[in-house]
Design a protein around this ligand. Structure first.
Ligand code: OAD
Ligand code: ZN
Length: 250
């Protein structure tokens, strides 16, 4: 059985990488991007160039940001997050590389030195010019009162959610750290990602080249399934619930 094969692979791993996408958070009530009803089916994404160039686009980006946050307020880690955190704590998973911006791996207890957020973090904002961190709760009242996107109190730069938009540079250091972890891993778990955006499409291949078994767990097929040693198409919660047990209390 596939579940047994997964257990064998996990039990013999000492430095696994868990590479996660939006599919690990759908059970927390956060929609993914490319499924029917996903975020991109409602709105086309606003790319970085448009955000920088246009006050209207910035306003629209911030409006959507707060709508999305309201819709997902109170979202908590689900059994998949808990299973991953537990496998990190016991030394099976050396590193969690996530494309998610929802902070739920951190909330579930994955320490910062084991967590790489390739697409940033949506729980705060930063100034694009000076990097000053701004809290969303401090930005929102003025945005709602004036309808104007926030600017930096220190340098008047544009303030943006601390996430990576299309057309925006990936965080170099995070990317290098993800490549290092992948090159050194002994098992690569690609979980809940359609594996279509860069570097998602590259890291699993890199793991294979480094000699690590590749597991892809995703409800829908991906272009990399043919490279994988094990492909699971079940719900991630079903697959990982057994690994989350005896934990969940942190
Ligand atoms: P996608 O929405 O592209 O893919 C999520 C995948 O998870 C889909 O293939 C679903 O079938 C699967 N899935 C959802 N819930 C599941 C469940 N409970 N069990 C099993 N599978 C499930 O999301 P990502 O691959 O994360 O980037 O998208 C990658 C990036 O594209 C995102 O980080 C985002 C987006 O543009 C930025 O915003 C920069
Ligand atoms: Zn600034």
């Amino acid at each position: 059985r596939k579940a047994d094969r997964l257990r064998e692979l996990i039990e013999s791993a000492r430095a696994a990488v868990a590479f996660t996408g939006a599919g690990v958070s759908t059970a927390s009530g956060i929609p993914d991007f490319r499924s029917p009803g996903g975020l991109w089916s409602q709105n086309r994404p606003i790319d970085f160039g448009a955000f920088v160039a246009s006050p209207e686009m910035r306003r629209e980006a911030w409006r959507r940001k707060f709508v999305t946050d309201d819709a997902t307020r109170g979202a908590a880690p689900n059994p998949v997050h808990h299973a991953i955190a537990r496998l990190v704590a016991q030394g099976t998973i050396a590193c969690v590389v996530t494309q998610n911006i929802d902070d739920l791996h951190r909330v579930s207890g994955v320490p910062d030195d084991r967590l790489i957020e390739l697409h940033g973090n949506g729980t705060y904002a930063t100034c694009l010019d000076c990097g000053l961190r701004r809290e969303l709760a401090d930005i929102r009242p003025a945005f709602e009162a004036t309808g104007r996107a926030p600017r930096c109190p220190a340098c008047d730069g544009l303030v943006k959610s601390a996430t990576v938009s299309f057309g925006q540079a990936m965080p170099q250091e995070a990317m290098r750290a993800a490549e290092r972890a992948t090159a050194g891993c002994d098992l690569f778990l690609a979980l809940g990602s359609s594996l279509v955006v860069y570097p998602a499409a590259l890291l699993p291949r890199m793991a294979k080249r480094a000699g690590a078994p590749l597991v892809i767990a995703n409800r829908e097929p991906t272009d990399l399934d043919a490279y994988a040693d094990l492909v699971l198409r079940d719900d991630l919660v079903e697959i990982f619930a057994p690994y989350a047990e005896a934990q969940t209390v942190r």
